[in-house]
Design a protein around this ligand. Sequence first.
Ligand code: ZN
Length: 172
Amino acid sequence: MKLPILIHPDPRLKKACAPVPDLSDDLRALAKDMLETMYDAPGIGLAAPQVGVLSRLIVLDCQKDENSAPRPLVMFNPEIVALSEDVNVYEEGCLSIPDQYAEVTRPEAVTVAWLDEAGNPQEEEFDGLWATCVQHEIDHLNGKLFIDYLKPLKRQMITRKMVKLKREMARP
Ligand code: ZN
């Protein structure tokens, strides 16, 4: 089932999310719906607060090459356990901030620990686009958006555009 995606500014996008205490069928179903919503958008990552659920859950698939098989990842309680000193600059966007892009500097590689859908602990090092995406999604769980890395003027400009967009969307 496709879920509606919250558009910035929304207070739910600024909240720190609670850890998932126990995996339930409801949470697994939510992760499945989030993947469907992400692929449909289309996007490469989605965090639970973006669909209004304040739980530490993200989904991502940064497989861009058309010839490679999809690699949907579902992460409950993801945590960055190591960061590289080297950094990377990517032009980022966000499904909650449609059609706005800006360069963000982040560590080039990160090691992430999480629980998979079966409740098993996983740990993996990501680099390139995967590293940027997983950091962007984990930021969402801490109420942080990619525009929070930008200079205030640029951030305010984007926020004003989103307020206008939401007003237009709300019109009958
Ligand atoms: Zn985002």
